[in-house]
Design a protein around this ligand. Sequence first.
Ligand code: APR
Ligand code: MG
Length: 279
Amino acid sequence: PQTSKWKIWSEQDVKKTLHKRDAYSHKGTFGTGLLIAGTDEMPGSAVLAAKGALKMGIGKLIVGTSKFASNIIAQHVPEATFSFDALDKLAIGKIPERIHAIAIGPGLTEQVKIEQALDTIWKSEIPVILDAGALIKRNYPKRTAPIIITPHPGEFSRLTNISTYEIQQNRIEYAKQYATDHGVIVVLKGTHTVIAFPDGTGLINLTGNAGLAKGGSGDTLVGMLLAFICSEKNMKAAVANAVYLHGRCADILVKEENERSIVASQLSKVIGKVLKEIE
Ligand code: APR
Ligand code: MG
């Protein structure tokens, strides 16, 4: 494969691109993110994503979820506010005001409503992250605001009709193909997450370990991405830095624990440590 426009995203790259928080900043500086995630049966997905977003420095977080789920989420993230009709409103064509980025999908199952909501989102200029329940085979519109998809190999197989085995043999090539064909940013997760951009370039992440191979770690990543997408102008760095830091959290955790024992909710607890090491 022609991979000359590809590079490994290193700690140096993160250090160079991670901005200090301006002393004159306020919560508006870092954006408001809308996280549409979590259902009665999967409230934890939203908890994990919300924590990821908040610990990465998002200005304000609105969680679009069910009333039942919100009762659980609020106990874990008192900083978040809620919308019980965010998905419904989007599905009938209403674009939310003063939102700087949207992440949709963790713990969601209502496929039809998600598709209707996406049709509305496409018409806006809001960057969007699609994960889990929002990852189905589809075409994407031409728009200027970025569309970021975060499939694991199984989800990518669903999007492409290519077998997971085949994808894993050629991760860079398939991610690159999809990104250029569809004009989206592909974060193909798994060992050495591959990040492919619509212009044919790409980045490879080397942080992370098998301790992440557990339900919930992907949800944390979605929140971390949302925080950076909300306020960062350089989209490539925003995505790559979130992926890098997410893996680095797992790497810090296994210094004191074990790949077996670490769980997704621990990742957000060490985001602060990781940022301290790097910034
Ligand atoms: N090495 C490094 N990173 C890894 C490894 C590994 N061996 N295994 C997993 N990861 C990372 C991935 O790169 C990704 O960032 O952990 C994260 C896992 O994300 P997902 O696969 O999306 O997992 P998650 O969503 O948290 O849980 C699984 O996804 O398929 C759906 O609904 C299904 O509940 C299930 C959920
Ligand atoms: Mg997932």
